[in-house]
Design a protein around this ligand. Structure first.
Ligand code: BES
Ligand code: MN
Ligand code: ZN
Length: 525
C-alpha cells in the first residue's frame, strides 16, 4: 500500500515504467502506441505476436525492454464489454504491480486502445483509471498490531506513487482519484470496529470532516432528537453503548446567489445556490445484533457493516465538497447501535416518529427503517428537497435476490430513475429496479398502531422495507397531502461488503454508493 497516489499529466514526460491497455482480439499494435513501441525498441509489438500474452480483464504481463524504459506492462482489458469497469480493474492491478516492483512512478496509456472500441466512453474510462489506482491501493491497516501479517507492508507504505496519465484523460482521471479517495474514506469508516465507531464517534467524525472540506454540520444528539419527536431513532438507540445521533451536513452549492429564504432559524437561509437541495439519507447502525429479536451469531459477524449506507453518504459529501459541485446537497445520517440492554426497545413497543406516524415494533431486527423514518420525514419537512435518495443495508432479502454485484433500487419517479440508472452504468455501481405497489404498503399497516415494522410473512422483505419507508417521504414535507417527493431507496445490503477478495475490492467494505451518488449529483439537471 502506498501512502499516497498522485495523478499527473503525462504530456511528454516518460517514466521508467510504462503501462498500456489492450482489448482482446488486438492482432496488431493500435496506431497510438507506435511511438511508444519505437521508444521501447519494438518490445510491445513483439509481445503482441506471442500466444502467451493474455488480454483477459486485469491480466498483467511484465516486459523488460532493452531500451526506453526499465519496465513495460501490458494490462488486459477483456472483450470490450463494460470497458470502464475493465479499466478500473486494470488500474487496481497496476497499482499493486507497481507496489510489488517498488516503483514510485508509472505512466499509463489507454487512449489508443479505447480509440478502437466504439462503445467505450473515454471520460468514463479516464475516471475509472483514476478510481482504479486509488481503490486498488486500499488497505485497512489502522488496527494492525505487532503480530499481524504485513509488518513490512506497513514499513514500506511511506512511499508515494505518481501515475502519469495521457493529457486528454488527465482531468477525468484526477477527478476519479478524488472520488475514490472519498470512497476509501467510506471503506475506512465502514471497517472501523463497533467498539470504536459508535454513533457518537460518527458525529465527531463528521464535525471534523465538515470543517476540513467546507460543509456545515449539525449533530442532533439523543436529548434533542427526543424533544423533536424522533421516536424511531431514540427507540433503536436506547440500548446502545452510546446514545444515537442524527447527523445533518450541508453543501450549499457552488453558484452563490444569496439566501433562498430569510429568517435565522430557517436552515435554508444560508443556501448559496437558490435551488432546493438534493437530500441524501444514510442508515448508520454501528452494530446490529438484532436487539431482542436477536440474530443468530453467524449473522452478526458482518454487522459492523450495517453503517455502510451512512458511511457512503459521508464519503459522497466529502467528494461533493472537494469537487465543489454546483448543486446544493443536504445529507442526513441516522446513527444508532442496536443492542440488547435493560434500556433497549422491545417487541410490541409502540413508537411515534417525527411526522406523527405511529408503529408497533414487531421485530427489533427491522431497525433500519425505524431510524430512517425519522431521518426521511425530518429531512422532507425541514429542507423541502427536490429529490431524496436513501442508502441502507436494509434487508438480507436483497442479498438473496440480487447478490453482491448490484443494489436493489426502488424509485417512484421516472426521471429520477433514469438519472440514477445512467449514473449507475457510468460508475459501475450498478442497480436493479424493484417494484413497490400499494398492496405492499397495505402489508405494513398495523392493528394497534398505524404501521408494523415487519410483517408476519417474510415474503418480499426488501419490498416491505421500501414500503415502510414510503410513509415518510412527502413533497414539501407536507404529510397530509398524498403527493410524494421524487425518491429513491437503494438497498445496499449485498454490495456494501464482500466475503472474498475480488478483482477490484479486497475482502471487506467496498464503499459502494459513493461514486453513484457523486455522479448523480454532478450530472443533475
Ligand atoms: N442489517 C440488517 C440487514 C442485513 C442482513 C444487512 C444481512 C446485511 C446482511 C437489517 O437490519 C435486518 O436485520 N433486516 C431484517 C429485516 C426483517 C427482520 C424484516 C432481515 O433482512 O432479515
Ligand atoms: Mn436488523
Ligand atoms: Zn440492520
Amino acid at each position: 500500500m502506498y501512502q499516497s497516489i498522485r495523478i499527473a499529466d503525462a504530456k511528454a514526460s516518460r517514466s521508467a515504467a510504462v503501462a498500456i491497455g489492450l482489448f482482446d482480439k488486438t492482432k496488431s499494435l493500435p496506431a497510438g502506441y507506435k511511438a511508444l513501441d519505437a521508444h521501447l525498441g519494438g518490445a510491445l509489438s513483439e509481445a503482441i505476436k506471442r500466444s502467451e500474452l493474455s488480454t483477459a480483464r486485469g491480466a498483467v504481463t511484465a516486459l523488460y525492454p532493452e531500451k526506453g524504459a526499465a519496465r513495460a506492462y501490458i494490462v488486459g482489458l477483456g472483450d470490450g464489454e463494460r470497458a470502464s469497469d475493465a479499466v478500473r480493474i486494470a488500474g487496481a492491478k497496476l497499482v499493486n504491480t507497481a507496489f510489488s516492483a517498488g516503483l514510485d512512478r508509472i505512466s499509463v496509456m489507454i487512449a489508443p486502445a479505447l480509440a478502437g472500441q466504439k462503445d467505450a466512453d473515454s471520460d468514463a474510462c479516464a475516471a475509472a483509471l483514476g478510481e482504479g489506482v486509488v481503490l486498488g491501493n486500499f488497505e485497512f491497516v489502522t488496527f494492525r498490531g505487532t503480530a499481524g501479517k504485513g509488518g513490512d507492508k506497513n514499513a514500506k507504505k511511506a512511499a508515494a506513487l505518481t501515475v502519469d496519465v495521457e493529457s486528454k484523460l488527465f482531468k477525468c482521471a484526477r477527478q476519479g482519484a478524488i472520488v475514490a479517495e472519498s470512497q476509501n474514506l467510506t471503506r475506512t469508516l465502514a471497517s472501523t470496529p463497533p467498539n470504536v465507531a459508535n454513533p457518537v464517534y460518527l458525529g465527531e467524525f463528521c464535525r471534523k470532516m465538515a470543517r476540513e472540506v467546507g460543509l456545515t454540520c449539525e449533530v442532533i444528539d439523543a436529548k434533542k432528537a427526543k424533544r423533536m419527536g424522533m421516536g424511531g431513532l431514540c427507540a433503536v438507540g436506547a440500548g446502545g453503548s452510546t446514545p444515537p445521533v442524527m447527523i445533518v451536513m450541508q453543501w450549499k452549492g457552488r453558484k452563490g446567489q444569496g439566501p433562498r429564504a430569510k429568517g435565522k432559524n430557517n436552515p435554508q437561509s444560508a443556501i448559496r445556490n437558490p435551488q432546493s437541495p438534493i437530500l441524501l439519507v444514510g442508515k448508520a447502525v454501528t452494530f446490529d445484533t438484532g436487539g431482542y429479536s436477536l440474530k443468530p451469531s453467524d449473522s452478526q459477524t458482518t454487522m459492523k457493516y450495517d453503517k455502510c449506507g451512512g458511511a457512503a453518504v459521508i464519503g459522497a459529501m466529502h467528494a461533493i465538497a472537494k469537487l465543489k459541485l454546483a448543486q446544493p446537497v443536504t445529507a442526513i445520517i441516522a446513527s444508532a447501535e442496536n443492542l440488547v440492554d435493560r434500556e433497549a426497545y422491545r417487541v410490541q413497543d409502540i413508537i411515534k416518529f417525527y411526522n406523527g406516524v405511529t408503529c408497533e415494533v414487531t421485530n427489533t431486527d427491522a431497525e433500519g427503517r425505524l431510524v430512517l423514518a425519522d431521518a426521511l420525514s425530518y429531512g422532507c419537512k425541514t429542507f423541502k428537497p427536490r429529490a431524496v435518495i436513501d442508502l441502507a443495508t436494509l434487508t438480507g432479502g436483497v442479498v438473496v435476490a440480487l447478490g453482491s454485484h448490484m443494489a436493489g433500487a426502488f424509485v417512484n419517479d421516472a426521471k429520477l430513475r433514469e438519472h440514477l440508472f445512467d449514473a449507475a452504468e457510468y460508475t459501475g455501481e450498478r442497480l436493479w429496479h424493484l417494484p413497490l405497489w400499494e398492496e405492499h404498503r397495505d402489508q405494513m399497516r398495523g392493528h394497534h398502531a398505524d404501521l408494523i415494522n415487519s410483517s408476519p410473512v417474510r415474503e418480499a422483505s426488501p419490498i416491505q422495507g421500501a414500503a415502510f419507508l414510503s410513509f415518510f417521504v412527502a413533497k414539501d414535507g407536507d404529510f397530509k397531502k398524498k403527493e410524494t417527493v421524487p425518491w429513491a431507496h437503494i438497498d445496499i445490503a449485498g454490495t456494501a461488503d464482500r466475503k472474498g477478495d475480488g478483482p477490484l475490492y479486497q475482502r471487506g467494505a467496498t464503499g459502494y454508493g459513493v461514486r453513484l451518488l457523486v455522479r448523480a449529483v454532478e450530472t443533475w439537471k
